[in-house]
Design a protein around this ligand. Structure first.
Ligand code: MN
Length: 226
């Protein structure tokens, strides 16, 4: 159902906690060379815990990450912005989180773009309160992106539950959906500049009386690896 029970939220929260744990391991022992290597590490970590993937993990970096939203991981060497998007299932319920890290030395422009996407996420999430329109959250996130909004080529987020994509829908056009207390949703703005870079930051939240409460809590600042 679109409104989750307490026990459904508990399952999603546990899936999110494990997602954070796996991400925390990734950044503490960062020693991956290729996209596929990192993707297989995530798969192994999920399996090791006796869990199933919410969807096939995505690891996509460098200029190619600007061409597609959900590309397959390749044997490309990790460089520049690297999108890491994965989730697990607990009792059938999904988590969904994306972090974008940087491998190499980011320029000040790179840092600016990352900060812009992060601000867009926070601004979109701020709008998400019970009875607020999902379209308004999407529009707020787009406004923050300014000139870069043309590179934001998907919707702001989605409901999450037994299926990875559930109601509500979140696009500034074509939806009358509203946020309601007890929904589990993602907020995930991104920019994809073809042949240059892709950046996406996503968290899973539960809608509460006062607004969103984050269930995934991995660091949001730009993490840089040599
Ligand atoms: Mn998602």
């Amino acid at each position: 159902m679109i409104i989750k029970t307490k026990s459904e939220i508990d399952s999603i929260a546990e899936a999110c906690r494990i997602t954070d744990e796996i991400f925390s391991d990734i950044i503490s022992l960062f020693c991956f060379t290729t996209e596929r290597e990192l993707m297989l590490h995530i798969r192994r970590e999920i399996k090791k815990r006796g869990l199933r993937e919410a969807f096939p993990p995505i690891v996509s970096g460098g200029p190619r990450a600007g061409n597609e939203i959900h590309p397959k991981s390749t044997s490309s060497v990790l460089e520049g912005f690297v999108i890491i998007d994965f989730g697990v299932r607990v009792n059938g319920y999904c988590s969904d989180m994306t972090r974008t890290i940087f491998v190499g030395a980011p320029t000040s422009k790179d840092r600016e773009l990352y900060a812009l996407v992060l601000r867009s996420k926070l601004d979109g999430a701020k709008v998400a309160k019970p009875h607020a329109k999902c379209a308004a959250a999407d529009a707020a996130a787009r406004t923050t992106l300014g000139a870069y909004k043309k590179y934001f080529i998907h919707t702001l987020g989605h409901g999450v539950g037994k299926r990875i994509h559930e109601m509500p829908r979140m696009y500034f056009k074509r939806t009358e959906d509203v946020f309601l207390e007890g929904m589990a949703v993602t907020i995930e703005p991104g920019i994809y500049i073809p042949k240059k870079l892709g950046i996406r930051i996503e968290d899973t939240y539960v809608v509460e009386k006062k607004g969103l409460r984050a269930l995934t809590r991995s660091p949001q600042k730009l993490l840089v690896f040599p």
